[in-house]
Write a protein that binds this ligand. Sequence first.
Ligand SMILES: [Zn+2]
Ligand SMILES: [Zn+2]
Length: 489
Amino acid sequence: MSRSNKAEMYLDVLALHKEVTGSCISCIARFPNGQKVKFLVDCGLFQEEKYQQLNYQFSFDPSEYDFLLVTHTHIDHIGRIPKLYKEGFKGKTYTTNIAVELMSAALNNTAEILSSSIQKNSKRKVIVDSSIPIFDSSKPLYDLDDVSYAMENVIGKDYNQTFKVNEHISVTLLKNGHTLGSACILVTISYKGQKPIYALFTGDYSPENMFFDVNDIPKKIKDLPISIITESTYGTTSKKSIKHIFDDLVINSVKNKETLIITLFAFGRMQEVKYKLMKLQEKNLLDKNIKIYCDGKLSYKYDEIFLSHIDELKIKDFLPKNIHQINDYNERNALLSDRTCKIILTTSGMGNYGPAQVYLPYYISRPKCTIIFGGYTAENTLGRKLQDVRDNDIFELNGVMTTKKASVHSINELSSHAKQEDLLQFLQKFSNLKLVLINHGENHVKESFAKKIVEDINPKNVAILGPENYIRIGAHGLIKSYIANNYLN
Ligand SMILES: [Zn+2]
Ligand SMILES: [Zn+2]
């Protein structure tokens, strides 16, 4: 660090992950008196198989960090928090009040899966509900006790209420449509005699949500000289490319008296599909006599949390008529021998974990069956495998030669991420945009989206965040990009 910069104030920002999962941003606020405050934004699990080993070790010393801010409770944003505390982090974690409840459910479930996979001493990979493959090893990443300890240190805050986390740093959580409880996080860094630094972390972002209204960002924030750290998952995807086929798939499957299997993430996606089925019933497009079964323990917990907050939501209900919970092995088995037309909602979303592992192999060889994957399926998951096999092809499944007779579909209309138009519109809200830092996207997407921002919005500077360089921000935006090797010096 140059000594001549000593009298100024900076925020150094570095993404500790290259692409979408394992979300974790490291920030160091440097003050004129030489004081440093280190904090993290999110601390997630890596999901891509090629990055698995990264889950076992932090590339930094957790004990050096002062606090953690959490944007939302997808496991690729929170899944390593218990490990962070286990490895010596002593600070507090701040997020929204609802996110605290959701985080507890998600982390306890993940810990159970991690522990049970060790107990079984299985060599195969397991997938937690958000479809995270976790390699077995002799010890789990963390257990239920580690989750309890971490949760004791999580503090819930209201939206739009600025709070101080430190003498010089305050935080405001802004409503975000990505998930229930998600926030865009405004960090304000101030010091006597210095112009403040304003940095806004979008987290995963969506401008809307079917369960609640997303208020516009307050004008006083939109007019700040601000640096925005934005996600870019669908930074090159236009809204026009999204196909809306879900309703038709349901209607046709029922018309043909089939069994319809829908595999879903337990959090958000499951509730969204239940709501869509309820709406189809209300419009008489789905016969209320058709039984709907739901099989996925964690999703019941999320249903409960959604229902306990129903007064704060814009919908009054999301459960369709004639819906039944499957609670054990016997009920599941009975369902498999039932030949009547029905709908089965099940977890996990990618099919590699949970009861989907029972339904998918059974129904894939049945002609009177439609299977819908409600979201993205990663490589080397059961869901991806069943989509990749061609219709009527014979293939190996769990050691058994199987013919694909079911009709298999993957839909993209349920995504909770902003598309390119939404992301650009979000950035355009800010009248004094100093810097856009592109984060949380595949590398080629980040670069194309960065060019698009330069062309369409032209803020003072645009940069791509990654583990190789850290970006120094001042009150007027970008100061410099440094090679990460020097980062912790
Ligand atoms: Zn997310
Ligand atoms: Zn994410």
